[in-house]
Design a protein around this ligand. Structure first.
Ligand SMILES: [Zn+2]
Length: 184
């Protein structure tokens, strides 16, 4: 099926983590960027541009960075402390990119990543540096598993997408109400 990237995470690194669909249901889980053509689509949608074809090794690096980020972000999204070992792995990813990055401007402070993969690693760094991770949430759907920064004023966002998971939940509630109505 035609892949149309959905960027609902609110930040590049969160959107990267969301390139796995149905993360919490292993029978349905799909890695959307396992296909290089889809990865290019995602990079373009994310504003990183299809500057060049990523090699198989780079694709592997993107996935490794994504999983390192997910291992730390998921616990944070559900209010649990990340494992120390996972933090070490994520730190190594960030260090890899920072070591190669150049500072193009001191004011405003602007880092230039050396590669597209490094751009994603720096996005993870920026997520921790710039964002309030107390607003990081996991979609309320049982199987979805997508994460997002809840930027709503009262912190009430429940779904990755109200048109998608939110809609399904509403349909389910409606169905159950209907069912109990007829059996009662
Ligand atoms: Zn969802």
């Amino acid at each position: 099926m035609d892949y149309r990237p959905e960027l609902v995470g609110g930040q590049l690194a969160v959107d990267l983590v969301n390139t796995v669909a149905w993360r919490l249901d292993e029978r349905r889980r799909v890695d959307r960027i396992a296909d290089p053509a889809n990865l290019r689509k995602w990079l373009t949608a994310a504003g990183l541009g299809p500057s060049k074809r990523l090699t198989a090794r780079e694709l592997g690096e993107v996935v490794r960075c994504r999983e390192a980020a997910y291992a730390v972000l998921r616990p944070l999204a559900v209010g649990v402390e990340p494992a120390a070992a996972d933090l070490v792995v994520l730190r190594a990813e960030i260090e890899l990119a920072v070591r190669k990055a150049s500072l193009v401007s001191a004011h405003p402070l602007t880092w230039q990543a050396a590669t597209v993969v490094d751009e994603l690693r720096l996005a993870v760094w920026r997520l921790f540096e710039d964002e309030d991770l107390g607003r990081l949430r996991q979609c309320d759907d049982d199987d979805c598993g997508w994460l997002f920064l809840d930027r709503s004023r009262n912190g009430s966002r429940r779904w990755c997408s109200s048109a998608d998971c939110g809609n399904r939940a509403r349909a389910r509630r409606h169905y159950h109400r209907h069912q109990t109505g007829t059996t009662a």
